[in-house]
Design a protein around this ligand. Structure first.
Ligand code: PAF
Length: 310
């Protein structure tokens, strides 16, 4: 199988590094020529929960080098999904599948619209990673990856992908309800990401203070109200307990949104709490805490050049 991982961020580098252990032909597509050349010569150095090891996937900034692929794994930030899928169209052949394990909601819809529903493999991953610098990856935590298709069928292609992932040590299961998966992860990200980004606290700390714990609970309760109205079946029974358990389980992690804020980058707020706010408006459900978090994160994003340094 020829696999192209699109986007050399933390998750893209992690998946490309793991997949390069397989027998498959694996490419990492990086839009920067300079980065691609650097990664090609020194590879990706992984440290953390999978040990210390080096991987050497083929990296390119030139889409022609890859040719037609069987699987694309989109690992860009959600606000770049549209552009990434448009740019990688030359890689598609009749049966090429496009996988998204990105945070937030809306990616499946973007990929379906641009490339067709049949191609989409959606899901979530509980692997955690932080990119220290290009090619220097900290594997922050291990966790299951769950994947499925939009129609709930589990054809041979998705079974082969599960097999490849499991063989290289990415523990992967199939699901017949990717909407449920994506919403289950969305609620976790809605509860943790913006709050850690605003307070600049690691995941575990936000449940240690009375104020942030209360805000987390309100954010999650609002998001769950929306999920219920949308008749989404979550993969856990008690969402509040689950989000707090993720805070504990990833206590030392710098959430992906806080990493973006610390690097003065655009965040995925529109695809996380922003989704809850939009749906709240549409469905007539009040979501004031999510709205407040969206406003605060957007304010931080727009104020990067104005911020006082310590
Ligand atoms: O976006 C993230 O950082 C992660 O999805 C999570 C689960 C919040 C852990 O840090």
């Amino acid at each position: 199988m020829k696999i192209a991982v699109v986007g050399p961020g933390a998750m893209g580098s992690l998946f490309a590094a793991f997949l390069s252990k397989s027998k498959e032909e694996v490419w990492l597509l990086d839009k920067s020529r300079e980065n691609a050349a650097g990664l090609n010569s020194s590879g990706i150095c992984v440290t953390g929960s999978s040990g210390s090891w080096r991987a050497k996937p083929k990296v390119t900034a030139n889409i022609q080098d890859i040719g037609k692929a069987d699987l694309l794994i989109i690992c860009v930030k959600s606000f770049n999904t549209k552009q990434a899928v448009e740019q990688t169209k030359p890689l598609l052949q009749q049966n090429t599948k496009i996988m998204t394990l990105q945070n937030g909601a809306g990616n499946i819809e973007i990929i379906s619209e641009l490339a067709g529903e049949d191609r989409v493999i959606g899901g979530i991953t509980n692997e955690g990673a932080t990119l220290i610098s290009p090619g220097q990856l900290h594997h922050a935590g291990r966790g299951e990856t769950l994947i499925g298709t939009l129609d709930g069928k589990l054809p041979v292609e998705i079974r082969s992908i599960r097999e490849i992932f499991n063989k290289i040590g990415l523990q992967t299961k199939l699901s017949r309800d990717i909407k449920g998966l994506i919403w289950s992860k969305l609620i976790i990200n809605a509860g943790i990401n913006a709050l850690t980004a605003v307070t600049r606290l690691p995941n575990g700390r936000i449940i240690e203070f009375e104020g942030t714990r209360r805000i987390l609970r309100e954010t999650v309760t609002e998001a769950v109200r929306i999920a219920k109205r949308k008749r989404v079946k979550l993969i856990y029974d008690d969402p509040l307990a689950k989000v707090e358990a993720v805070c504990e389980g990833t206590a030392g992690n710098t959430s992906s949104m806080l990493q973006d804020i610390l690097h003065k980058k655009r965040t995925e707020i529109d695809f996380i709490n922003g989704v809850i706010v939009r749906l709240g408006q549409e469905l007539g459900i009040a979501v004031p805490t999510n709205k407040l978090l969206v406003d605060l994160v957007k304010t931080i994003e727009s104020s990067y050049p104005l911020r006082l340094e310590p």
